[in-house]
Design a protein around this ligand. Structure first.
Ligand SMILES: [Zn+2]
Length: 416
């Protein structure tokens, strides 16, 4: 079957450093004033709301700022002077927010009372966007000024292109992020079924809890084992986490109390550190999985379907020795990274993937070489089944993920 092309939007998040932080706050403030102004008109004018977005935008402008001919408007603007494209971005945001209120009304969504939207920067509001800096038009409370702000792309190669959509300024109290949506071409947007019908290989992935962070197995569409890959780095991550935990324990001792009495600020910084460390690891592993699949021309990735989302606050980053949620994070990164490469990610039930032998289906016994027995179903590193099959537990899990997936698809196929 012919591969069909498609598009997806990827959002790059960059750190923005602006010397005039007050201007950022003023800009956000006036953006939300404009937004509120138009949101309130929308609430008062039900007739207007039935129009298409473009027409509605135009109408809202006519009844607020008027035209060359019409100066007296029904709703004279209450906010200060703003550039045309700044106003339009805010109007579009008002329309979007009002529509989302309308569609959610029956589920109890309430009309918005306060607004904290991030200003969207249309063309004309920014210029000279490079990977080091961007020149932005910001409001100082009285007038609009151009100012060059430094951009930190965290080493990512980025160049503003025609495929770039309007960036957004996520202005926080302490830091500002620049979100840049870019339209990427997806070479292959076929469904899983279409790919399987074309007898394409699959890559099944399991997420163990020791040094090995992901086990990949490549299978033919008939379930024949072709190749495997172990992605390591778990020990290194655990080691670095431990170092941060040590730091925490040390400060805990100094404070003479337990973790809960640690000054909130400090606790937050340490939590952020651990979060950052773990997030980087998840990105690295997901990149490795996707680039392996790309190299091998695999178009389907199969991962376990972890249903219950873990409440990280309950578990706590600090006490987490559990890699289960890291697997989840890796999976979400795999999904979007793979998609832009034309690879689909699909899931399979976690049932029995770690407890049965992939060769005969008998319940396996796990035992340890040097690793500690983990919690959950991730027991020892090695397994043996009553029929004498032996091997690596995580490899076994990955094989089960792949084989279960192919079997389920085959059953679904014959039932039709
Ligand atoms: Zn067996």
């Amino acid at each position: 079957m012919e591969k069909s092309k498609g598009f997806c939007t990827m959002t790059y998040c960059f750190r923005l450093y602006c010397t005039e932080t007050a201007w950022l706050q003023e800009t956000k403030k006036i953006y939300n004033e404009v937004l509120r102004f138009y949101y309130e008109i929308l609430a008062k004018e039900p007739e207007l709301r039935n129009q298409g977005k473009q027409q509605l935008l135009r109408e809202l402008e006519i009844i607020s700022v008027g035209t060359k001919e019409v100066r007296n408007t029904k709703y004279p603007v209450t906010f200060g002077k703003v550039p045309l494209y700044f106003r339009r971005a805010a109007i579009n945001d008002a329309i979007r927010l009002y529509r989302s209120f309308e569609s959610g009304q029956e589920h109890g969504t309430k009309q918005a009372k306060s607004f904290q939207a991030s200003p969207v920067y249309y063309k004309g509001m920014y210029k000279e966007f490079t990977k080091e800096s961007i020149c932005l038009k910001l409001y100082d409370g009285h007038r609009w000024n151009w100012i060059t702000c430094r951009v930190d792309t965290c080493g990512r190669d980025f160049a503003a292109t025609e495929r770039m959509l309007s960036p957004l300024l996520n202005i926080g109290e302490r830091k500002t992020m620049l979100h840049v949506p870019v339209q990427e071409t997806v070479e292959d947007v076929r469904t899983v079924k279409e790919r399987l019908d074309a007898a394409e290989m699959i890559c099944a992935v399991s997420f163990p809890g020791n040094d090995c962070m992901a086990v990949l197995v490549l299978l033919s569409s008939e379930g024949e084992f072709l190749e495997s890959r172990f992605v390591r780095g778990g020990k290194e991550l655990a080691h670095r986490r431990k170092r941060i935990l040590k730091q925490i324990r040390k400060s805990r001792k100094c404070m003479g109390g337990d973790l809960k009495t640690l000054p909130q600020e400090e606790n937050k910084v340490l939590k952020e550190k651990i979060h950052h460390l773990t997030d980087n690891a998840a990105h690295r592993v997901s990149r490795e999985v996707v680039s392996f699949c790309k190299d091998k021309k695999v178009s389907i990735i199969v991962v376990p379907n972890y249903k219950n989302t873990l409440d990280l606050n309950k578990f706590g980053y600090l006490s987490a020795t559990n890699y289960d949620w890291l697997g989840r994070r890796i999976i979400s990164y795999i999904k979007y990274k793979a998609f832009s490469e034309g690879i689909v990610t699909t899931t399979v039930s976690t049932k029995n993937i770690s407890s049965k032998c992939y060769q005969c289906g008998a319940i396996i016994k796990k035992y340890n070489g040097e690793s500690q027995p983990g919690e959950r179903y991730y027991g020892g590193k090695n397994f043996v089944c009553p029929n004498g099959h032996k091997g690596n537990t995580y490899f076994n899990a990955a094989m089960n993920i792949g084989l279960n997936f192919l079997r389920d698809k085959k059953i679904a196929g014959t039932e039709k």
